[in-house]
Design a protein around this ligand. Structure first.
Ligand code: PMP
Length: 396
């Protein structure tokens, strides 16, 4: 038997990437062309000006290590940008550039979570939160996301408060939300900042989808009194179609950023040098971002109208991110499948990739499949049609 670490044994290994692997196998063995609703990234190229900037940095030989917390000019630019956007006075020392938002989240957990600490997570939520909390010996405590046909998916703050104990170290908040596709009520951001401050709990706020908002006002925790206890995470991946560049950032009090710097220098030394140079140009690429969001809004409308025609599923029109999270409970009941079984069946029978709600990772998701609308309208139509036929066949 291999002598792996106890920490590693606490990981489930579950991830959305697994279903891409299954799909590749189906393509190879059955020759079916798949339609990928499992994808968690925009399908557009990175804006040209960002690519040009990175290329020019490479050509000029900008290929050495940078400071662990990232280039000063990029940290300052992020600070300035967020200050303008949210009417604050955020400074460079309150910003750390990281290799992707995922690493930013990992560092935030590593900074605070001790074995036995409780971390409040929404159910459902991005799979990586629970994995990392478990890795560190912490204990995820789940707040179920509720559903109401008028309001959509929502969080009752009383549910959060009732789960706070003397062991609660952190609350993880993600808005707009993966996987439900909700842009939550602005009051939720306000209340979570307030509760966590009053109860002396860290609020980790993952706002990676902040530009993907189709309904309602988006409220960042940075609009509140955040300095006491908030760790804010965002990144370039989704907004600027830069998932493979691996660039994210953290905003937190200066002392916290100092701790992050110690971790960073021991784990990865620094984010990629020329990628950071490219990211400097992203602040001039908001015309491209706006175009992308308009496109995604149209795709959302198409996916919603197509899914609404599928018998036996219930779908709520998402207001943020690029996911739809329909309820398949009636089909699951009739077929005796769980969401993983159904997702695999759909890949095998129709070549349509979805992500089973169970990946996110507790109970609420078990009745749902997550579908991304980050792909062309024709593909969305064809994918839902294929899914519809496969579901009808399953129903017998
Ligand atoms: N947070 C959430 C909620 C996400 O959905 C993702 C990507 N799927 C990330 C963080 C990770 O982003 P990055 O690619 O910048 O690591």
């Amino acid at each position: 038997m291999e002598n792996y670490s106890r920490s590693l044994s606490r990981l489930t290994g579950e991830s959305t990437l697994l279903y891409q692997e299954i799909a590749r196998n189906v393509e190879r063995t059955k020759g079916i062309k798949t339609i990928n609703f499992g994808i968690g990234q925009p399908d557009l190229p990175t804006p040209k000006r960002i690519r040009e900037e990175a290329k020019s940095a490479l050509d000029k030989g900008f290929t050495a290590y940078t400071p662990a917390l990232g280039l000063d000019e990029l940290r300052s630019r992020v600070a300035e940008f967020l200050s303008q956007r949210y009417g604050d006075n955020i400074v460079k020392d309150e910003v750390a550039i990281t290799p992707g938002a995922k690493t930013a989240l990992f560092l935030a957990f590593l900074t605070y979570v001790n074995p036995g600490d409780e971390v409040i997570l929404f159910d459902p939520s991005f799979y990586s939160y629970a994995e990392v909390v478990n890795l560190l010996g912490g204990k995820p405590v789940y707040v179920p996301i509720r559903f109401d046909s008028d309001r959509g998916f929502y969080v009752d703050v009383n549910d959060v408060v009732s789960r706070i104990s003397s062991k609660t170290k952190m609350i993880v908040y993600n808005n707009p939300h993966n996987p439900t596709g909700m842009n939550f009520d602005p009051k939720l951001s306000e209340e979570l900042v307030k509760i966590s401050r009053e109860r002396n709990i860290i609020l980790l706020s993952d706002e990676i989808y902040d530009y993907f908002v189709y309904e309602g006002r988006f409220k960042s925790v940075l609009e509140e009194e955040w300095r006491n206890n908030v760790i804010y995470v965002n990144g370039f991946s989704k907004t600027f179609s830069m998932t493979g560049w691996r660039l994210g950032y953290i905003v937190a009090r200066k002392e916290v950023i100092g701790k992050i710097g110690i971790l960073a220098s021991n784990i990865y030394t620094c984010p990629t040098s020329f990628a950071q140079k490219g990211a400097l140009a992203s602040f001039d690429a908001f015309d491209e971002v706006k175009e992308m969001i308009d496109l995604f809004r149209r795709r959302r409308d198409v996916m919603f109208s197509e899914l609404s025609k599928v018998k036996d599923i219930k779908v709520y029109k998402s207001s943020g991110a690029f996911y739809m999270f329909p309820d398949f409970s009636s089909i699951l009941r009739n077929t005796g499948l769980d969401s993983k079984g159904l997702a695999i069946k759909l890949i095998e029978d129709s070549g349509v990739i979805t992500i089973p709600g169970e990946v996110f990772p507790e109970r609420v998701g078990t009745n749902f499949l997550r579908l991304s609308f980050a792909l062309g309208e024709e593909k969305i139509k064809e994918g839902v049609e294929r899914m519809k036929i496969a579901l009808e066949k399953l129903a017998g």
